[in-house]
Design a protein around this ligand. Sequence first.
Ligand code: GP9
Ligand code: MN
Length: 421
Amino acid sequence: DGSQLVEINNYVSSNQPEPNPDMFGLAEGRNLIVVTLESLQSFTINNEMNEETITPFLNELTEDEDTIYFPNFYHQTGLGKTSDSEFLLENSLYPLSGGAVFFTHSGNSYNSMAESLGKNGYHTSVQHANTKSFWNRDMMYASLNVDEFLDIDSYEIGEGEAVNWGMKDIPFMEQSVEHMAQLPQPFYTRLLTLTNHHPFYLDEEDKLIDEFDSDSGTLNRYFQTARYLDESVKVLFDELKQQGLYENSIIVMYGDHYGISENHNAAMEQYLGKEITPYETAQLQRVPFFVHIPGYGQGGIDEEIGGQVDIRPTIMHLMGVETEDDIQFGGDLFSEEHEEFVVFRDGRFITEKSVFAGNTCYDRETGEEIDGAACEPYIEPAFTELEYSESIINGDLLRFYDEDNGQLILSEKELEKLEKE
Ligand code: GP9
Ligand code: MN
C-alpha cells in the first residue's frame, strides 16, 4: 500500500544531487529532440575497423564545442531492450528483472519526463517507423502522457527505403524532421532508429564501409549498420538546419543497449585484441550519451560515470525544470554532487574505483582483479536501488504521490499504520 512509499521517498529525496547552476535552464524554452541510437555501443566511437572509421559524424561531435560526450555511460536495460531504455529515460526508474515493464505495467501511474514537460507547455511526441503496438508502446505512451505517437502510419516508405526491421534510418530522419516542422513549439520529440538492429542487414548502396572479417557474420555486419546509423544522424542535423529548427533545439542522443551479445565473444576478442573477461563484458555495456546544445561553446568529453537512469534529471535540469520533488533514482550528470555508481539491471555495478561483475571485484581502470573489500560496501545499496524501484512498479506506488507538491497521498488507515511503526 501507499505507506511503502514513505521509506522509498525518504531514500530518493536524500540522494538527489543539487543541479549545477551553470547548466540549469541552459536549454529552457528550446525544443528537445532525443534520439535513441539503436544497439550502438561506445566501443564504436572514436574507433576504427580495419582502418575504416565507424562513426565519423559522432566522432566529430565528441570534439565539438557545442557537445558534451559521456564515454563512461552505461545502459541499464533488461529483457525489455529498447522499451526498457525508454522506461529508464522517461521515469528514472529501473526496469524489471523479469519481463518488459512496457508489457507488464503499462497501466500504472508514472511521472514521466513527457508528463512533466507537458505541464511546462511542451508538446510531446515519439516518432518511430514501426507498428504502434510493438513493445505495447501505444498503451504505455498513454500512461506516460505522450501527446502524440507518430508510428509507421505517419511515414511514407518508398521503394528501396526499407531493410532489416523496416524503414531505413536516413529517410526516417528526413521525414521525422518534416513532422517536426508541423509540430507546435516548443516540442519534446523522441526518435527511435531501427536500422542498426540485429541481424544488421543492409542494401549494397547503404554499405559505406567494408564488413569485418571474423567468424561472426553478426559482428562483421554490425560495423556497417553502425556506420549507416552515424550517417543518418548527420542527415538529422542537416535537415534540422535546413528547416530552421536547429538553433532553437537541443539534441540528446543515447545508445539503448548492446548490439553484440556474449555469443560473439570470440569475434569480439579478435576485434578488440584482448580476452573478454566479466570485467570487459561489463565495460562493453557502455553506450554513447551525447548532449548537443547549439551555441553552447563549452563542450567536451565528460568522464563522469553514469547510466540511463540519470538521463531524466540531467535533461530536466537543462530544460530549467526542478526535479527535487520527483521520485527518481538517477541524478543530474552535470551536478557536482552526482554519485558515480551505476547499477545494472542484473546487479552488476560500476563505481569510480571498481567494477563488480561475475561475483568478482575488478579495478575499473585496469581490469585487474582486486580485493572484494572495494566492492563489498556497494553490494547492498545496489540491491536496495533495484528493490525500491521494483516495489514502485509492482505496487503502482506513484498513484499515491502528488508530484506537483511533493506530497504522499495516504489514506487514514495508512497514516495510522505509520504512526504505530
Ligand atoms: C522495435 C525497436 C527495436 O520497435 O525498438 O526493439 P529492440 O529489439 O531493440 O528492443
Ligand atoms: Mn533496441
